[in-house]
Design a protein around this ligand. Structure first.
Ligand SMILES: [Zn+2]
Length: 228
């Protein structure tokens, strides 16, 4: 039994008015799967070991998702959202064959490692640890950049690895994703907040902020969210 996991689960259980003894543990499931069932008056909760590094808020949210069903209650949407949000960040780039051997920062025109280093020097006094850096496999046009905390990697859309892309645009994306490393996440009322006002304020300090946004808007063809 995992003591810390079980503490969180039994707190949720009590909050929902359940009276079972709880036994919770992590399991090395191949996919992200979590189960809860009652047997002989004991509530057994099995959680995928892919969630071992998840913040407590996530485990708590998962607890509400699983135990509301046991209780026969509707799952509160905010817990579902918090949990799903986190899972999404874990699986988004975990399709088969994509996880290994693709941490190559070299593109055809830009080297993400050089860009990371120069942005780190210019804006972060070289304080940020270097994550894995790679180009996306597909020419993603909607999401140009992504920082995946569970994998410690920054992915930049291959669409931008072109001669015509101004270097400041790639630097801006790198800068945005590096701000995620610096600021982390905060949780408010069970919801993950990543683009906080402090984040945005610092983001706007990038010298080519407006130009970069304009360029990315045109490249995406749509005025939608294009950085995650
Ligand atoms: Zn972002």
């Amino acid at each position: 039994m995992d003591i810390k996991l079980n503490q969180t689960i039994s707190t949720v259980s009590k909050n929902l008015g359940l009276r079972y003894k709880t036994v919770s543990d992590y399991y090395p499931y191949k996919s992200i799967k979590n189960t809860a069932r009652v047997k002989n008056g004991v509530l057994y909760v099995k959680v995928s070991d892919k969630l071992k590094d998840a913040p407590n808020e996530i485990i708590e949210a998962l607890g509400y998702v699983l135990l509301s069903k046991i209780k026969g209650n509707r799952v509160p949407p905010r817990y579902k959202r918090t949990y799903n949000d986190y899972i999404h960040s874990i699986i988004i780039s975990e399709s088969p064959g994509e996880t290994k051997g693709f941490h190559d920062p070299h593109g055809n025109y830009f080297n993400l490692e050089e860009i990371f280093n120069s942005v780190n020097t210019k804006f972060f006094t070289n304080d940020l640890p270097k994550p894995f850096l790679r180009w996306s496999k597909k020419r993603a046009y909607r999401i140009f950049g992504r920082y995946d905390r569970s994998k410690n990697e920054i992915v930049v859309s291959k669409l931008l690895d072109e001669n015509k892309t101004p270097i400041y645009v790639v630097e801006y994306i790198m800068y945005h994703e590096m701000l995620h490393i610096k600021h982390g996440f905060s949780y408010k009322k069970g919801r993950r907040r990543i683009h906080t006002s402090a984040f945005k304020k610092e983001e706007e300090k990038f010298p080519y902020y407006k130009e970069s946004i304009e360029y990315l808007k045109k490249a995406s063809g749509k005025e939608r969210r294009f950085l995650s």
